[in-house]
Design a protein around this ligand. Structure first.
Ligand SMILES: [Ca+2]
Ligand SMILES: [Ca+2]
Length: 300
C-alpha cells in the first residue's frame, strides 16, 4: 500500500495535499500520534499529580506532626528521668551533692502532708514532731450531767475572744481545767521537777504535727507499735471516774508527764483517773481485772 493510499484511507489526503506535502507521511502521522499520546500522558500525569500531590502533602504533614509529637514525648520522658535520677542521687548523696539548687528541688519534691495528734500530759512534743501549740487540758465539770464530754487541749498563750464577749455566766456549757487524780507509783517522775506525787496537779498538753506521715493511732493496752509504725509516746489510759455524772473519752496520758507548775491546789473541774480493766466480756485471757491499762500513740 502506497503512502498516499494510506493517508487517503485515513482521510487526511486533501488537507495534506493542499499543504504541499508530497512525501509519504505515515511516519509523520505516527510521530504525531506519539506526540499526542505523550502530551496526553503528560496531561494525565499532571492531572494525576494534581490529584495526588495534595494527598501526599497532607500525608507528609501528618507524618511530620506525628514525628514532632514523638520527639516531644521522648524529650520530656528523658527530662523526667533525668530529674528523678538527679533527685534520687541528691538524696542519696546528702548535703554534699547539690547546694541551694538541690535543696530547692528536694523542697519541691518533699511531701507536704502530715498528721496531728495531742500529746496529753506533756508541755512539748517529741523531737521528731513540731509543737503547734502547748496548753492545758480542759473539759466539762466532772459531776455535771451535760456539757462537753471530750478532753481538749486549750492554749495558754494568745487566747483570743470574740468581738463582743458578755460578762457573767449565761449558763450554757462550761470549760474547766483538768487535774490528775492519781497518786504515786504509776507515772515516771522524770519530768515532774522533783515532785513525786502528781495528784491534784493540773495537766499540760501539746498539739503535735508530724511531717511526712499521714496516719496516727492510739492503741489501748499496748506500749509498743506494730511493725512499720513509729512510736510517738506511750503511757496510761485515763478518763473520768465511773461514778461521776460526766462521761469523758479515754485519752492516752504520757508515761512521764509534766505537771503544771504551782497548780497543786485541789480545785477539781475536769478530772483524770487511771482506767482499770474489767474482764468478762473483755477477754480474761490477755486482760486482768484491776490492772491499769497502758496505751501508745503511733504514726505512719
Ligand atoms: Ca489543781
Ligand atoms: Ca482534785
Amino acid at each position: 500500500m502506497s503512502s498516499e493510499k494510506l493517508v487517503m484511507d485515513q482521510g487526511f489526503a486533501p488537507s495534506l495535499a493542499g499543504l504541499g506535502l508530497t512525501r509519504p507521511y505515515k511516519r509523520q502521522g505516527g510521530r504525531r500520534t506519539g506526540l499526542v499520546l505523550l502530551a496526553g500522558g503528560c496531561l494525565g500525569g499532571v492531572l494525576v499529580c494534581a490529584v495526588l500531590m495534595p494527598l501526599v502533602y497532607v500525608t507528609m504533614s501528618d507524618l511530620q506532626l506525628e514525628v514532632t509529637e514523638l520527639k516531644n514525648l521522648v524529650t520530656s520522658g528523658s527530662n523526667s528521668a533525668s530529674t528523678a535520677s538527679s533527685s534520687t542521687e541528691d538524696r542519696e548523696n546528702g548535703t554534699a551533692a547539690g547546694g541551694t539548687h538541690r535543696e530547692r528541688r528536694e523542697a519541691d519534691l518533699t511531701p507536704e502532708f502530715g498528721d496531728v495528734y495531742v500529746r496529753w500530759g506533756r508541755e512539748q512534743c517529741g523531737e521528731n514532731a513540731e509543737t503547734i501549740y502547748a496548753g492545758a487540758v480542759g473539759s466539762g465539770w466532772y459531776h455535771h450531767h451535760g456539757g462537753g464530754s471530750d478532753y481538749q487541749c486549750l492554749p495558754l498563750e494568745d487566747v483570743e475572744w470574740g468581738e463582743n464577749p458578755v460578762a457573767g455566766n449565761q449558763h450554757g456549757s462550761y470549760m474547766y481545767g483538768a487535774e490528775y487524780e492519781v497518786g504515786t507509783g504509776y507515772f515516771s517522775t522524770d519530768n515532774m521537777e522533783s515532785i513525786t506525787n502528781p495528784s491534784q496537779y493540773d495537766v499540760p498538753c501539746s498539739v503535735c504535727h508530724v511531717a511526712g506521715r499521714s496516719s496516727h493511732v492510739m492503741i489501748p493496752a499496748r506500749l509498743s507499735c506494730p511493725t512499720g509504725w513509729s512510736k510517738e509516746y506511750s503511757g496510761y489510759l485515763m478518763s473520768e471516774k465511773h461514778t461521776h455524772y460526766s462521761n469523758k473519752n479515754f485519752i492516752c496520758m504520757d508515761g512521764a508527764p509534766n505537771l503544771r507548775a504551782g497548780s497543786s491546789a485541789d480545785q477539781d473541774g475536769a478530772l483524770l483517773y487511771l482506767v482499770e480493766a474489767q474482764c468478762g466480756s473483755l477477754p480474761c485471757g490477755p486482760y486482768i481485772s484491776g490492772y491499769e491499762l497502758t496505751c501508745v500513740v503511733c504514726t505512719k
